[in-house]
Design a protein around this ligand. Sequence first.
Ligand code: GDP
Length: 472
Amino acid sequence: MVWVLEFIMLKNRPPIVVILGHVDHGKTTLLDYLRKSNVAAREAGGITQHIKSFQLTTDNRQPITFIDTPGHAAFSQMRSRGSLLADIAILVVAGGDGVMPQTKESIQFIKSAGISFIVAITKSDLPGFNADHVKTQLTESDVIVEDLGGEVPAVSVSAKNGEGIADLLETIDLLAGMNPPQADPQGVLEAVVLESRLDNHKGPLAAVVVRSGQLITGKHLYMDKNIGKVRALLDWEGRQLASAGPSLPVEILGLSTVPPVGSIISDHPVTAESTSSSLSAPLPTALNPLLNIVLKTDVLGSLEALSSALPTGVNMVSSGTGDVTESDVLQAKASSARIYGFNVKTSSSVVKLASVEKVPLSLHRVIYELLEDIESRISPVVTEVVTGRAQILAEFKIDKERVAGCKCTEGEFNKSDSLQLLRGGQTLGSTRFKSLRSGKSSVSHIKTGAEFGVVFSPYLDFKPGDNIIAVK
Ligand code: GDP
């Protein structure tokens, strides 16, 4: 049996970088500084900022795409989506304040997204700046920086006087060079919506970053249905483009509807259908739920944020906004669930009912504490760590078996690994390798960058564009 994997057209693309961290620690100021260091921006003599995400092109280095995600209080759905889209995260921690609750939440996002990251210790120009203190504090969240014998690079920066910024960019280059981000520019279009709004004059507008394929003027676009034709594409400085390829942030004009932030736009109806909600679930959902929960939160935003950050092994039997009610208690009892409340209250009668019915009830005001409580109740044995990621690029039939032609984009695969098939961020099922081949040979191990062909057992209905991950 000979498998020829000639169809693969992956090309290197600029890395996509997201900046995460506690409010006021300097994310916006750092992005502004970087935006202003753009050659083009300098040449234009100042910038009219069009969309917030941009690509940094400096004289002597490869372009880097920075995406801006809204950073309001508590961590929003979009911050988790941003870290999923990104190849590299910059965790900003202010040198004076040190690690704060949203720093820890950002670390959780980064770890669940499985991407490389750099710690930027910000505000190095201020008195009271203490990088060593931050580095020590980070060890409590299992972030061990290089100075302390770990693998996470840390750079001290000031977005006021530019100190350390060159170092930061070099570190991004270094990380990107170790695991070059790739995409198929000729493949099916996948563009992730980062901002969207209705403009009185221009109609629906969406700022997107292309993940693969090409956005081309004049082409029809799809989500669950046709959402219009690309009338114009504008980059972050308002320049018109005829097309936009992988990693390029652009604004699309000509849509018939305002696509929700986080959704995926395609140039192909079927792909769009299957991926339009894909970024809402950063972690594979539990196949064997170990902890049932009822979740009540103050507002929809925190409900979405918490739902998307729930660890594997948690099954949410019901959820909603508003105070915990007697019917929540009864529902929890019926499904042997624990009740979690975020920024909500309970009346004394509800507390009493919970106690009579022996339903555990815990109320929290800090998201990561709620998540920590949940995590502490799941056996660490089932906490899944993603050890390899591959994209399915093609399918073909050999001896009546459906073979997936894949490329390992991160980590590695062993023949005995447990696998999950993902479409966008949704888990379609668990499986294993029935056969694993690289070129003509049967192999037991696949490394980052390698192309390989597989047959799954049990059979799963995969298609090109899906991902497989190895979980331990
Ligand atoms: P964000 O909430 O993380 O986006 O934080 P901002 O970028 O809005 O920064 C919060 C405050 O810190 C603002 O007043 C900034 O001017 C200030 N700031 C940010 N970075 C620096 C820095 O490197 N040095 C100094 N001195 N101030 C900074």
